[in-house]
Design a protein around this ligand. Sequence first.
Ligand code: URA
Length: 304
Amino acid sequence: MTDAERRAALEEVAAEIRACRRCRLHETRTQAVPGEGHPDTEVLFVGEGPGLNEDRQGRPFVGPAGALLDELLASIGWRREEVFITNVVKCRPPGNRDPEPDEIAACAPFLRRQVEILDPALVVTLGRHSMARFMPGAKIGAAHGTVRPAPPESGADGALVFAMYHPAAALHQGSLRPTLEADVLRIPAALIEARRRRLGLDPAGGPSRTAEATAAPGPAEPVAGATGPVDLDEGPASPAVVAAADGGRPPTDGLEALAGDGSTAPAAPAATTPGPAPAASGDSAAEAATTEADRDQLTLFSPA
Ligand code: URA
């Protein structure tokens, strides 16, 4: 799909969302909030549902939780315009209550279509309701800061999922903030891992490596099927892998911090950009590496 086709497809879904009356949430909304971001991104953030500010503006994460999300992204050198941000439900639950199961179910086809169109390498879930779609059976207390392969029924087949607490949780419970700040620093490594797996460079060759992605949280809940946690801390990748997975950057560019030693000490700023993955034109990792021109393009993101 070309960039233009992806934009058009996303806009078609957005138009349907704005006109949607599939559940009771349409009765109380001011505006539906389809989501926004770069259509060519590799990283999709999925929150729970619009709040008051989002309902007024028709844009996701523009209130206090959005300000914190922006800050967290900035800590890894990313901007919201470089990723795509949407929610499990597209209309505000009255009084900011949790979305009901039937409301989530009514909205699920929209989220699934967005996921299929964007075809992200990495899905970052914000909060329990989002995590439930992409890491079924996981418990947020154990799964935050870890990655697993996305279940095919999510529409993100082939992608990795990285779980985080919802930013609003840290606004209500300040003690969660350091956890969110530590978890977000692991996202670039998760993206590198997601790219490697897409390129078939995963040395384990499959989705079932079992080591934890971070030393801080306890073990993730085991879930059915090939959805086990993926190790982000197995040591530096080979230079060829790094060159391919990190858009052709020199292998020393922040990778020690990203590959990690299992600690949750602050990592270096982002060593990878959430843009399009290198297109594999042949068999070797070297052939799959992006050119400098490709990399330049990654920084030319503009709001959708
Ligand atoms: N919380 C969410 O889950 N989504 C938003 O868009 C805003 C706040």
